[in-house]
Design a protein around this ligand. Structure first.
Ligand SMILES: Cc1cc2nc3c(=O)[nH]c(=O)nc-3n(C[C@H](O)[C@H](O)[C@H](O)COP(=O)(O)OP(=O)(O)OC[C@H]3O[C@@H](n4cnc5c(N)ncnc54)[C@H](O)[C@@H]3O)c2cc1C
Length: 373
């Protein structure tokens, strides 16, 4: 029989990676099973924006703490993830966007985000690269971005240093309760045993939860991103718009990453994605409208990735009902921003420490009949 671990984590993105890291550092013998390579799905292909202005109001307290974690990544993760902390602007170009911005900024400010509404003149002082037509802007002093590619390298090194048994190219095909916890079957025909279990499968959390007979619909968004060639300085903040359909920032080496959730095509079953040119062009037009210097830039590359969202757009982070010492985490829009902190809360729960903020129970997403009494 194979060695039994204290904890098996299935899925190596920011959620699974953080839980595995913190639990291993606390002394649990931990195995991290990943279908492909570490941090190659949403956590490795995202835009890296660490922003409060696209974060759900209920998540602001979590995202603020996570922002501090990202900014201090060198300290607790032990490796650089290329974080730049800077101002963020959310723009309104139309009357409807102005109303939306004022409403959403107010709610986020009430939840603790340091967002002020500023005039077009003040917005242009904060971001001299802005184009004309801005009617109002939300200015947040806690914004910034990380480098998603570096994040994967940093976590891989930290996980190894913490002694996590990393199993790449090891898709888990089924999980069964067993005497001492759980037995995980891999596609290679191996059985891995562990006392505790964490499912952290991003958009694949839905099929993972089906292993326990639970049906939790997880929406799949196919987000497109594009990056320009290296440019001289054209902007110095993170720029978005009130509707959420734009996210822009220039990395220190000069490239500008353009996103905002414009949709491509793809699906969870094949895991494949395909760009939709008209959608990409819409995104680029909006980017050039916000920062006119981008009109002269050439695109270097565009890609897409799969982002998960629950029915109430809040994360899952908590026990799996009816399954002792089994937990699920993930499935939240803009989950890279808040991921490390929410995963740290779940690690606390697993380690029998009181989480500092409430978790996000899974049973709220289940029909009443499916929740064990
Ligand atoms: C293009 C794009 C841009 C984004 N931009 C931002 C942004 O700027 N800011 C922000 O805050 N958020 C952003 N997001 C969202 C953010 O990336 C995600 O919310 C977050 O990374 C999800 O992390 P995760 O660990 O839950 O999932 P993932 O990173 O998807 O990790 C899940 C892992 O589970 C593995 N897995 C699945 N099934 C199995 C199995 N059977 N066995 C073993 N392993 C399995 C997968 O291979 C995958 O590696 C973006 C997302 C995308 C796609």
């Amino acid at each position: 029989m194979s060695e039994a671990y204290d904890l098996a984590v299935v899925g190596a993105g920011v959620h699974g990676g953080t839980v595995a890291l913190l639990c291993a550092r606390a002394g649990l013998r931990t195995v991290l099973l990943e279908r492909g390579s570490l941090f190659r799905e949403a956590s490795g292909v995202n835009a890296g924006t660490l922003t409060m202005q696209m974060t759900r109001v209920a998540l602001i307290p979590y995202a603020l703490r996570a922002h501090a974690m990202w900014a201090g990544a060198r300290r607790w993760l032990g490796h650089d993830v290329g974080v730049v902390v800077c101002d963020g602007l959310s723009l309104a170009f139309t009357e409807a966007e102005e109303e939306l911005l004022a409403f959403r900024a107010g709610k986020r400010r009430d939840a603790g985000a340091p967002i002020d509404l500023v005039s077009p003149a003040r917005a242009a002082e904060v971001e001299p690269g802005l184009g004309p037509g801005v009617r109002l802007a939300g200015h947040c002093r806690v914004d910034g971005y990380a480098n998603a590619y570096l994040t994967g390298l940093a976590y891989a090194a930290a996980l190894r240093e913490a002694g996590v048994a990393i199993r790449e190219n090891a898709p888990v095909t089924a999980v069964e309760p067993s005497d001492a916890g759980y037995a995980l079957a891999t596609a290679a025909g191996e059985t891995i045993r562990a006392r505790r279990l964490v499912l952290a499968g991003g958009v694949w959390l839905e099929p993972m939860l089906a292993w326990f007979g639970l049906h939790v619909p997880i929406r799949v968004l196919i987000n497109q991103l594009a990056v320009t060639e290296r440019l001289g300085p054209v902007m110095r903040t993170v720029v978005g718009i009130a509707s959420g359909l734009l996210s822009l920032k220039q990395y220190p080496h000069g490239t500008v990453v353009i996103g905002g959730g414009w949709q491509g095509r793809g699906d969870r079953v094949r895991g494949a994605v395909e760009l939709v040119p008209e959608s990409l062009v819409g995104n680029l037009r909006l980017a050039c409208h916000a920062i006119p210097a981008l009109r002269a830039a050439r695109l270097a590359r565009a890609w897409a990735g799969l982002e998960a969202e629950t029915a109430d757009a809040l994360p899952i982070a908590g026990p799996i009902p009816g399954c002792p010492e089994a937990y699920a985490i993930g499935s939240v829009h803009s989950g890279y921003t808040s991921g490390p902190y929410i995963a740290a809360l779940l690690a606390d729960r697993i380690l029998e420490r009181e989480p500092a903020l409430p978790l996000f129970p899974l049973d709220r997403l289940l029909p009443e009949a499916a929740v064990p009494a």
